[in-house]
Write a protein that binds this ligand. Sequence first.
Ligand code: ARG
Length: 714
Amino acid sequence: MLGFAQRYDARDVLVDMNLPIHFLMCAPDYFDVDYAINPWMIGNIHHSSRDLAIQQWQCLHQLLSKSANIEMMVPQPDWPDMVFTANAGLVVDKTVVLSRFLHPERQGEEFFYRQWFIDQGYTLHDLPKDLPFEGAGDALLDREGRWLWAGYGFRSELDAHPYLADWLDVEVLSLRLMDERFYHLDTCFCPLINGYLLYYPPAFDAYSNRLISQRIPESKRIVVSEPDAVNFACNAINIENIVILNPISSDLKAKLCTVGFEVVETPLTEFIKAGGAAKCLTLRLTEPIQVKLNPQAAIESQTILLEGHLLDSGLLNRVLDLIVAGGGSFQVLEFDLGEQRQSISTAQVKVSAPSREIMNKIMSQAIALGAIQPPQEICDVTLEAVIQEGVAPKNFYVTTIYPTEVRVNGEWVRVQGQRMDAVIIVSATENNPVATCSLLRDLKVGDHVVVDTAGIRTIRKSTLREQRGTADEFSFMGAGVSSERRVELVVEQIAWELRQIRDRSGKVAVVAGPVVIHTGGGEHLSWLIRQGYVQALLGGNAIAVHDIEQALLGTSLGIDMQQGVSVHGGHRHHMKAINVIRGCGSIANAVEQGVLTTGVMYECIQRKVPFCLAGSIRDDGPLPDTQMDLIEAQQEYKQLIDHADLILMLSSMLHSIGVGNMTPAGVKLVCVDINPAVVTKLSDRGSIESVGVVTDVGLFLSLLIQQLRALDQR
Ligand code: ARG
């Protein structure tokens, strides 16, 4: 049995409740808005009144003195923000972690704070140079001392958090700030006694909000509205049940009163012009600290190695950006810049993230860009067994289109069947490890799935800026979207490529939507099939329906394809077409019986070009050939595109994206659509082999066959 006395021994309860609470303040003798280092200061330079500031500060001081002991710092003429003593450092017991200001505008204050803490006999901790941390402005103890909430994103660095955990012997929970107006944690977050929390949730990212809700039950979370938040309602001082702050809405006041707080409002407008209010103007010197349950920060760190033309290709930037955008932070441990244009650069970067989940997310993206583990840290992949059919272990690695290798028993093994959005399973056949991409639904109990990101690398070609675009004949457009004037040029190159593939008996798969038929491209696609340029056709029910409608009735969705006008009663034509084919039993039968004698589907049957029509919820009919079992259809698609050299995607967002997901890097993709969004989505695979063309697909096909015919004549 653990008695009360044992749990709270003298060492653990550092605050004797009989001793008064202590705060540190600094009079606003030199306070002014002299510069702008936060959005509040912009437009307020020299717009605050010193007299009013002094008056407001004195009111606050007076209020506080009723319930606490106030210690004073001597203000300094050159440091107008020194009134904000919350930023002096973070104090726990007689220990202080001194601030390292991000902005030079405030760095000069550090000297005076340090002196003050030395004079008072504190134990000092200094963070490494260039690791910013702005004290109690960005680190708030739970009011029962159970843990420390620490903010990062604007002024303090995530990498400072493990130091806090270590020096102060406390669990640190990292919260990422997302809204510039709330650049310090204490501007949007205020732990209160009895486990309550006053805060403004939109100031944080989703992960942080989740962490907050895990620690603070809903009944204890007092959510502040935006109007209150911008009045610094969260920048409150809490002493027992008293909450001292800048005036707030009656709503919020009522909320606080209902749960037992006494709200004391005192105007602090002049300080808000500098981006601070009640809490910022004070530093609490007596903080409650409880039993140390988990004295650590959940922060994970990992080192990655980058190699290649890091600056020329923009790779280093991209990796550093994705780390920060993903909620992590980095430290460049080593950077060796190649001297000549052709030389390779290398960089070792330490990545930190507030949790394993976020670390995995960041690392997967970095791996996809070619980041590897440094030699000293290389290890095998982590495998975890499937325990429920069709369900992967929680932290499974999600694949990309890039050729991937995993390290098993000290050897790098190439992953088979590369595609995106799959999991990697590793199996062993007589000491020979095999790694394969598997879909979630295909996972069997006992399969060994790769989890986290250790021991995984992708093979990326490193390109020099000027080499991009000449690496092979297809990269003429780079990875990009061509429109307008460039279309003709692009078509010429695609024609050339198609011709080469046909000449070497390669494989071209075409993914097509019904728009091909509506825009008059049917005859061109038929020609391509007839001439042997197409080895597989993928689409939905609709392309076949409208192609057959045109073959049988001369219309596409009821529009006369010769005249371009709608035919009376034509909107039912496609149903007639479906009915005819259903009567024949299949498209092939219709061809055999002489019912279907022209068009795209007819050519496929005649030329023995395999096709798959994947069904969907909106299909009419469907045609007997349409595969309504979508898992089957995905498998058929996959087989049809296997070993394709080039995939031509013609105006079908649904089927093109489906195909894109199955296709590994290295397969050339040409995506044609009138909607730039579709084209961008598909050609933005980060590989130079994909190309987008924004244009009318009928026009594109007509240009394409013109070019191919021209090649024939040469
Ligand atoms: N002008 C000061 C700055 O931008 C305001 C500091 C407010 N302090 C705080 N703990 N939020 O640094």
